[in-house]
Write a protein that binds this ligand. Structure first.
Ligand SMILES: [Zn+2]
Length: 426
């Protein structure tokens, strides 16, 4: 068992102190099971995969066309949030995490090993199972709340999977898809059609399924009462008022980068629209809801050292954050948390002219997987084609009831689970 970090220790103390002084958080009672609509707290957790401080800064600069005069008055939607802080992201077996244990930490409050999805640190990726850890989504389901997972990656990818599945290997996406169907989750939107269909079935997006068995999980989902959509038109025409369970899978693998999506005939929904529709469906539950939204491909863009896609996908994620904040401001009963699972790429926002800051511009480069050379500062030679995750702390922002616990010094990613659990009264 790992020792609690000092950050986690102080947060636990703070939680205990707040409970003993006021009998609950200042924003009001937090027991959704008590039946009164007034007391319902919803939690929307928004994860920018690979989104460090450099990525959010780059997105803000690009929103201002990298123009200094405009930049001074430019902000992201996530900049509006009431609290801000920073989070350490190490996993049980590495200072540099991958998405699986980072998401597990947020979903369950426990550190596990790289590659492992919501099992404890006895699990070794692809070698042996550990004990299943109960997730915040499962706790919410059990308490009668509605739940949802939304992402731009495959819905079976590590970050969303850690909220509803338990496997020793993040690559076992057929098994993860099975577990999505038994999780009770009301809304699941993203990519990943291939893992829902056996090889004998043709995917609505073309091509054959990738499952090793001969199951058709899409048919099984519709039998369980899910409305199923696989393109933007069907998504837009959905009778949201009369939809209680929704499975939307818009690509065989990941959904498109935002820049591709805007130029595509495929008409995939935006992350913001998927977030809005999810909130519309989930918020009809008088007991409240838990929703996880991932801007999942910021990470991919950083791995690929694509500045354009990093920036555009971060801005698309920020627009989704805006939808959550707009909903939250309409009811004052919703905790919104925005954070990342880890930074990716070691993105450096260096001056456009390496010899002088006075030139005024910025020239971003991805530093990870490179070696610093002799010569001007921040002069790198690229060694690896793909950039990697880094160990640097990531941002966290929070607004709404329960957000008081964020921004009181360093947090560990496991603390995010505690903050959400407290807010939901679970
Ligand atoms: Zn990640």
């Amino acid at each position: 068992m790992r020792k609690l970090s000092s950050a986690a220790g102080s947060l636990l103390f703070l939680l205990a102190t707040i409970s003993s002084i006021s009998g609950g958080l200042a924003a009001g009672p937090v027991n959704p099971a008590s039946g009164s609509d007034e007391q319902t707290i919803n939690v929307i957790l928004m994860i920018g995969d690979g989104m460090g401080f450099s990525q959010t800064t780059l997105a803000r600069m690009d929103k201002a066309d990298r123009n200094l005069a405009l930049y001074e008055n430019t902000s992201l939607r996530m900049d509006e949030m009431e609290r801000a802080g920073y989070v350490s992201t190490h996993s049980a077996n590495s200072l540099v995490t991958d998405s699986a244990p980072a998401s597990t930490a947020m979903a369950t409050g426990e550190k596990t090993n790289n590659g492992v999805i919501s099992q404890d640190s006895q699990a070794v990726q692809g070698i042996r199972d550990g004990r299943n850890l109960t997730t915040i989504l499962e706790m919410a389901e059990k308490a009668g709340l509605s739940t949802g997972v939304v992402t731009t990656t495959r819905i079976t990818h590590a970050t969303p999977a850690a909220f509803y599945a338990h496997v020793d290997n993040r690559d076992n996406e057929s098994e993860i898809a099975d577990q999505l169907l038994t999780s009770g989750v009301e809304v699941a939107l993203g990519g990943g059609l291939s893992y829902f269909l056996g090889g004998n079935y043709t995917s609505p997006a073309g091509g054959k399924g990738k499952r090793s068995d001969d199951r058709n999980l899409i048919e099984e989902a519709t039998c369980k009462g899910y409305a199923f959509v696989f393109n933007g038109t069907a998504f837009e025409e959905l009778d949201v008022e009369n939809t209680t369970k929704l499975l939307g899978l818009f690509e065989n693998s990941h959904m498109l980068y935002e820049l591709q999506r805007l130029n595509s005939s495929n008409r995939e929904p935006s992350l913001a629209d998927m977030t809005g529709t999810s909130i519309d469906i989930l918020s009809r539950n008088p007991k409240g809801f838990f929703l996880m939204v991932e801007g999942g491909r910021i990470d991919h863009a950083c791995h690929e050292r694509s500045l354009d896609n990093t920036s555009a996908d971060t801005l698309a994620f920020d627009e989704a954050v805006g939808r959550a904040l707009d909903f939250a401001s309409s009811n004052n009963r919703t905790l919104v948390i925005v954070t990342a699972d880890h930074e990716c790429g070691g993105l450096v926002l260096q001056p456009a002219d390496l010899d002088t800051y006075e030139a005024g511009g910025v020239k971003p480069v991805f530093g990870s997987g490179t070696t610093k050379t002799e010569g001007p500062r921040y002069d790198f030679i690229t060694e690896m084609e793909e950039a990697t995750h880094t160990a640097v702390d990531v941002p966290i922002m929070a607004s709404g009831p329960g957000s008081e616990l964020v921004g009181q010094g360093r947090m560990d990613n496991t603390d995010i689970f505690l903050v959400m659990k407290k807010a939901l009264g679970l």
